[in-house]
Design a protein around this ligand. Structure first.
Ligand SMILES: *Cc1c(COP(=O)(O)O)cnc(C)c1O
Length: 427
């Protein structure tokens, strides 16, 4: 089939993320991907700046991950997880418990990030029920946060960008604190705590605070002071509220620490992992909790945790996750992220002087150029592709988080391409 024929059928039958079928935005068929390169069906090649939404750590089509997948498929692709268990899942859960912040020893596997957030919220609700405090049933989330697209997860996403009014009758009502204004690396501005402190101290029905530690991802690409995170942990302790850290985007090294919570030296009560877990190969997520939460739940009325997806602990996904984590630890990921951070800092700095640009921020393997106004996707997307780079802007945000294995020249193509395209936007 020609590229045009593929696109014709795509436009007729395929619904893409957050897309309209009436006015489709530019879409590019990919035939193959290897290392940091996407090979388009029309013969063009793009350098990947997105890691397929944070998930691809080691590059595409990695021989070690391919081999792990093939090996596991020879043994078993799937068995139910109720009453059965297997080595790939046991190894993965043991590794996650060992690597994650202290205390998070119990692991519940699920299929996607959004579901791992549902699981985290359900854990918090069941925990308080078992403590004889079922009235503690609401969550505090941060404005500009993003936690996924299912209903529970959606209820804790930013109410404006998440269009809560559309779903008002069906969404749980939560509390929203102002996001911290203090940037990463800066001390905490005292007033940054006012909003969350007020919510947590004045409402006795709060089960947990849920937040993305250090980096707010899809809701605004904002990197905030580690002191804020530390202070929220203390607030939660003081007011007997659980803390849920959503590290679905930040987990496994992206911010320069294995987990972003380490920047503040804290442990949440519940931790969500996803995206990067299989190195971008397939969908898998995990919700970790401490013994306080797991004991509470298991001593409660139900006596069990009320959740169990059909494809829970899928052996193929677990085997690839195990290999991806092994690779990460063999590689000098800290060195890779430091080098990416230094180069992004240096090469994105000139964007600051462009009239189109409001702010430039870099942390670890994440570079963000925030524009003054959102360019039309049908303008900026083809312009970036014409530069030979795969960068997918979101509103005013042009951002990259490339695979950790990217080399200097390819990263330079990304930063130069962004500069060129942004400088040609109308200002
Ligand atoms: C992507 C993301 C989710 C949702 O994960 P899905 O796998 O898309 O369901 C939740 N929280 C954060 C922080 C994310 O970045």
């Amino acid at each position: 089939m020609s590229t045009e024929q593929l696109l014709q059928q795509d436009r007729t039958h395929v619904w893409h993320p957050y897309s309209s079928l009436l006015s489709p935005t530019p879409t590019y068929p990919v035939s193959r991907a290897e290392g940091v390169r996407l090979y388009l069906h029309d013969g063009r090649t793009l350098i990947d700046g997105m890691s397929s939404w944070w998930s691809v750590l080691h590059g595409y089509n990695h021989p070690r991950l391919n081999a792990a997948l093939a090996r596991q498929s020879q043994a078993m692709s799937h068995v139910m997880f109720g009453g059965l268990t297997h080595e790939p899942a046991i190894e993965l859960c043991t590794t996650l418990a060992r690597l994650s912040p202290p205390g998070l020893d119990k692991v519940f596997l699920s299929d996607s990030g959004s579901v791992s957030v549902e699981v985290a919220m359900k854990m918090a609700l069941q925990y308080w029920h078992s403590q004889g405090k079922p009235q503690k049933h609401r969550f505090i989330a941060l404005k500009n946060g993003y936690h996924g697209d299912t209903f529970g997860a959606m209820s804790v996403c930013d109410p404006v960008t998440g269009m809560h009014h559309l779903f008002a009758d069906n969404l749980m009502q939560q509390y929203f604190a102002e996001r911290p204004t203090s940037r990463f690396g800066e001390p905490l501005a005292a007033q940054d705590l006012n909003s969350i402190e007020q919510l947590i101290s004045q409402n006795s029905d709060v089960a947990a605070v849920i937040l993305e530690p250090i980096v707010q991802g899809a809701g605004g690409m904002w990197m905030y002071s580690a002191e804020y995170l530390k202070a929220v942990r203390e607030l939660c302790d003081r007011h007997d509220v659980l803390l849920i850290a959503d590290e679905i985007a930040t987990g496994f090294g992206r911010t320069g620490k294995l987990f972003a919570c380490e920047h503040a030296d804290i442990s949440p009560d519940i931790l969500c992992l996803g995206k990067t877990l299989t190195g971008g190969y397939m969908t898998l997520a995990a919700t970790l909790c401490n013994a306080k939460v797991s004991d509470g739940i298991c001593r409660g009325e139900a006596g069990v945790f009320m959740h169990g997806p059909t494809f829970m602990g899928n052996p193929l996904a677990c085997a690839v996750a195990n290999e991806s984590i092994a690779l990460l630890q063999e590689n000098d990921w800290q060195g890779q992220i430091k080098a990416i951070e230094a180069q992004l800092t240096h090469e994105l700095a000139p964007c600051r002087d462009l009239p189109q640009v409001e702010d430039v921020r870099v942390l670890g393997g994440i570079g963000v150029v925030q524009l003054r106004q959102a360019p039309p996707m049908e303008v900026i997307q083809p312009a970036l592709v014409d530069q030979g780079i795969w960068v997918r802007p979101f509103g005013k945000l042009v951002y990259i988080m490339p695979p950790y294995c990217i080399n200097k020249a390819d990263l330079r193509s990304l930063t130069q391409g962004i500069y060129k395209v942004v400088s040609h936007l109308s200002s």
